[in-house]
Design a protein around this ligand. Structure first.
Ligand SMILES: *Cc1c(COP(=O)(O)O)cnc(C)c1O
Length: 407
C-alpha cells in the first residue's frame, strides 16, 4: 500500500485479519445520532456502535473531559492509583449494590475477572471441588477462550478446543433445566438479564428470582453480565434494579465509556477479598483517561435525567416498528428492554434480518442484527425524537424494498 492509496473497503482485505466483514461504508465523523461517511453522506445511527455510544457521537461533555484529562495524566499503571479511578469507583459503589470495583478495558476482560473471582471465592471458602460455572445457551460473554466457553454458542468455540472445563449450560428462562444441573459443585450462575447477542431476549422476572434462590441454596454466586444492558439502557441504571434481583457480581462495559474503552466488575466487600494482592490485574484497567470519561458520562446521565426518558423513547421506537410491521408483516415479535430493541423475523423471512440491515444502510440508516433472525436497535440514550422519526421513515422504505425484492 502506498501513501496515495485511497482508504477504501478493499484495503481492509489487504491488511486486516479476515475475522470481520465490515460494510463498504467508512464513517469519518459523527455528532449526536448522525454519522457521515468519506463521501459526506449522512446516516442516522440506530446501532450506537453496538450499544456503546450511550450519549451519541462526540458528546461535548465527553469530548471536553477527555481533552482535559489528556492534558493532565494518561497513565500511571496500578503501581499507583489515580483520582479519576477513585472517583468513578466511588460513584459506582454509591449507585449500585456493589462495595468494590475492579476496572478492565473491555467486556470480555471484566467477565474474565468475574469468572476467575467466582472460582477463587469458591476455592477459598468451600475447596477446589466447587468449581462449576453454570451459564445459558445462546448467551454471549466475550471472546477470550474462557468467556467464549462460558458463552452458550458452540459455533464460537468450534476449532478452538481444548476449551476450559467446569462449564455447564442450561436453557434460558427454564428454571427446571437449571434445577436439573445445579449442585453443590456449582460455584456460580452467570446470566445476561436480557440476552443481547442471543436475540434481545429478556429474562422472566420469576426466572431471575428463581436463580437467586437456587444460588443461595447451593452457595453459588449469581453473576449478572450487564455489559449490554447496563448504564441506563434498560431504563434503570442497571437492569437488576428493574428486576429487583440482586447479583453478587455484575460486569459493565460498552455504554460505560460511551465509546472510550472501559469496563468494570462490581462486587461486594466480602467476595472481593478473594482477589487479594497479586491474584489478578491489568496494565490499562482503571487508567485515568477511561475513568474520567466514564465518570462524566454517569454524571451527565444523572444531571440530565437521561434514564428517566428511556421508557418514552422506547415507546416511540416500538410504536413506529409496530406500524411498519402492520404494513409489511415481516416481524413475528418485537421485544425490547428500554433502548435495546429486537425485531424477530417471521416464518416467511427466516434468516433474513441482515438483508433488512443492508437495505437500511442503503437508505442511510445504521441498524444491527442479533443472530440471523433478529433486527436489533441499540441507539444513543439521548437520540432526539426527530432522529427517531426520520430513522423510522428510512427503515420503512428499507423494509418495503426488502419485501419487494423477496417476492
Ligand atoms: C459485548 C458483550 C460482551 C463482550 O464485550 P467486549 O467489550 O466485546 O469484550 C460480553 N457480554 C455481553 C453481554 C456483551 O454484550
Amino acid at each position: 500500500m502506498s501513501e496515495n492509496t485511497p482508504l477504501d473497503r478493499s484495503v481492509f482485505d489487504q491488511v486486516m485479519v479476515p475475522n470481520y466483514a465490515p460494510s463498504v461504508v467508512i464513517p469519518v465523523k459523527g455528532a449526536g445520532s448522525r454519522v457521515w461517511d468519506q463521501n459526506g453522506r449522512e446516516y442516522i445511527d440506530f446501532a450506537g456502535g453496538i450499544a456503546v455510544s450511550a450519549l451519541g457521537h462526540t458528546h461535548p461533555r465527553l469530548v471536553s473531559t477527555l481533552k482535559e484529562q489528556a492534558e493532565k495524566l494518561w497513565h500511571v499503571s496500578n503501581v499507583m492509583t489515580n483520582e479519576p479511578a477513585l472517583r468513578l469507583a466511588s460513584l459506582l459503589t454509591e449507585r449500585t449494590f456493589a462495595e468494590r470495583v475492579f476496572f478492565a478495558n473491555s467486556g470480555a476482560e471484566a467477565n474474565e475477572a468475574a469468572f476467575k473471582l467466582v472460582r477463587k471465592y469458591a476455592h477459598d471458602h468451600y475447596g477446589e471441588d466447587k468449581n462449576e460455572i453454570l451459564s445459558f445457551y445462546s448467551s454471549f460473554h466475550g471472546r477470550t477462550l474462557f468467556t467464549v466457553s462460558v458463552g452458550g454458542q458452540a459455533k464460537y468455540t468450534e476449532g478452538f478446543e481444548p476449551v476450559p472445563g467446569g462449564i455447564t449450560h442450561a436453557n434460558y428462562n427454564d428454571l427446571a433445566s437449571v434445577e436439573a444441573v445445579i449442585s453443590d459443585k456449582t460455584c456460580a450462575v452467570v446470566i445476561e438479564p436480557v440476552q443481547g447477542e442471543g436475540g434481545v431476549m429478556p429474562a422472566d422476572p420469576e426466572f431471575l428470582k428463581g436463580l437467586r434462590a437456587l444460588c443461595d441454596k447451593h452457595n453459588a454466586l449469581l453473576v449478572f453480565d450487564e455489559i449490554q444492558t447496563g448504564v441506563g439502557r434498560s431504563g434503570e441504571l442497571y437492569a437488576y434494579m428493574k428486576y429487583g434481583v440482586m447479583p453478587d457480581i455484575l460486569t459493565t462495559a460498552k455504554s460505560l465509556g460511551g465509546g472510550f474503552p472501559v469496563a468494570a466488575m462490581l462486587t461486594t466487600e466480602s467476595i472481593a477479598q478473594s482477589f487479594g494482592i497479586g491474584t489478578h490485574g491489568s496494565t490499562y484497567g482503571g487508567n485515568p483517561l477511561a475513568c474520567a470519561v466514564a465518570e462524566a458520562l454517569l454524571l451527565e446521565l444523572e444531571e440530565k435525567k437521561v434514564i428517566e426518558q428511556v421508557p418514552e423513547k422506547n415507546a416511540r421506537f416500538v410504536n413506529a416498528l409496530e406500524e411498519i410491521n402492520a404494513e409489511f408483516q415481516v416481524f413475528k415479535e418485537i421485544r425490547s428492554c428500554g433502548l435495546l430493541i429486537g425485531c424477530e423475523m417471521n416464518e416467511k423471512y427466516q434468516g433474513k434480518a441482515k438483508d433488512i440491515m443492508a437495505k437500511a444502510m442503503e437508505q442511510g440508516l445504521m441498524a444491527l442484527i442479533a443472530g440471523p433472525n433478529v433486527l436489533r436497535l441499540a441507539p444513543s440514550l439521548i437520540i432526539e425524537d426527530k432522529d427517531i422519526d426520520e430513522g423510522m421513515a428510512l427503515l420503512r422504505t428499507a423494509v418495503r424494498e426488502f419485501v419487494n425484492t423477496e417476492v
